[in-house]
Write a protein that binds this ligand. Structure first.
Ligand SMILES: *Cc1c(COP(=O)(O)O)cnc(C)c1O
Length: 362
């Protein structure tokens, strides 16, 4: 029997064990085809079923009605930083961004490369992106308003989405899609690199409201147009078949084993509360994000010294807790507790953290 660690990686990240076991069991003979999923045609009836099942599950989980397309693209969330302004900016109108960290900053830079009229209408850069801006003034003039729903590196999250006066919201939900219930109504487009909370690396989930497709300029390269993927049900060219298959299995696990988004959210809340209480109740750990904006997915914290942080990460790993190092750009520690990280994993981590604090208090 193999030894699996408690995996707190930020991305690629933990996948549900039943999903991994299912992949293993289906690997050599995929559903009676005599081939693996890696070897079948993307035009086959079997793959069609895989693709459409994944889409239908995403629709049900997020309560998406027929006004939305669910698409599978490549190029990661990072390609969406460029595709969003290319496809969705309207002539003569600005595109608005709210800057809440590294990923928003990158999205803004890509929009500027497109020579769009980019307005950064709010930012939390003044306090090292430790909070989510409030009381933002929306003037109703923009093509769209771009936000990063969860800031994977800084550990902050939008807990309520802003009212943008009818201007469509565009959200990078790479690190919190499928973690909680939200109303998709105000969103023109949602994108998420799958490797955090939805599956493996190699596919990006894009949810686009159909009316947004009317904005797509004709002269864009075929592979950079949302219409190309919407018109062909993500089968214009060979899609990342294996990654889509795994996303489908993760959705099946979420629906049939966990019991859906509301149940998942309840578990995620419990996990985050346990970890934040451990941090708040100690005089050893210190959370880095403003309390009211703390992320349910990425819990960022510091120890009294950098030496202790190094020791903490090393000792944790030796006891079977992986992925606790903070992002290289900010240092410190981070526990990513995505959907596939169990309540038990968080309980064990809290135990370890309490023991470590007791043994190492200066
Ligand atoms: C990880 C991450 C990205 C980058 O995703 P890629 O798929 O590697 O391009 C972008 N945005 C957020 C919020 C992320 O967490």
């Amino acid at each position: 029997m193999y030894e699996r660690i408690y995996n707190f990686n930020p991305g690629p990240a933990a996948l549900p064990l039943p999903v991994l076991e299912r992949i293993q069991s289906e690997m050599l003979n995929f559903r009676g085809t005599g081939m693996s999923i890696l070897e079948i045609s993307h035009r086959s009836a079997e793959f069609d079923k895989v693709l459409n099942d994944a889409i239908e599950r995403i629709r049900r989980l997020l309560s998406l009605d027929d006004s939305f397309h669910v698409l599978f693209l490549q190029g990661g969330a990072s390609l969406q930083f460029a595709m969003v302004p290319m496809n969705l900016s309207e002539p003569g109108k600005p595109v608005d961004y709210i800057n809440t960290g590294t990923w928003s900053t990158k999205a803004i830079a890509e929009a500027r490369k497109q020579k769009k009229d980019v307005r950064v209408i709010a930012s939390s850069e003044d306090k090292e992106f430790s909070y989510i801006p409030k009381d933002i003034n929306f003037d109703g003039q923009a093509s769209y308003i771009h936000i990063t729903s969860n800031n994977t590196i800084r550990g902050t999250q939008w807990h309520t989405f802003p009212d943008t006066k009818g201007v469509p919201l565009v959200a990078d939900m790479s690190s919190d899609i499928f973690s909680r219930r939200f109303d998709p109504g105000p969103f023109g487009l949602i994108y998420a690199g799958a490797q955090k909370n939805a599956g493996p690396a190699g596919v990006t989930v894009v949810i686009i409201r159909k009316d947004m497709l009317e904005r797509v300029p004709d002269d864009l390269p075929t592979m950079l147009k949302y219409t190309t993927f919407a018109e062909k049900n993500s089968l214009h060219n060979t899609p990342p078949c294996f990654a889509i298959y795994v996303v489908g299995l993760v959705m099946e696990w979420l629906e049939d084993e966990i019991g859906g988004i509301d149940k998942m959210e309840e578990i995620n809340r419990k996990k985050a509360e346990m970890l934040y209480s451990c941090i708040d109740e100690s005089d050893f750990y210190r959370g880095t994000a403003a309390r009211e904006d703390r992320s349910m997915m990425n819990v960022t914290f510091r120890l009294p010294t950098e030496e202790l942080e190094k020791k903490f990460i090393q000792e944790a790993l030796s006891k079977g807790f992986g992925g606790l190092k903070g992002h290289r750009s900010v240092g410190g520690c981070r526990a990513s507790i995505y959907n596939a990280v169990s309540l038990e994993a968080v309980e064990k981590l809290v135990e370890f953290m309490n023991d470590f604090a007791k043994a190492n208090r200066p």
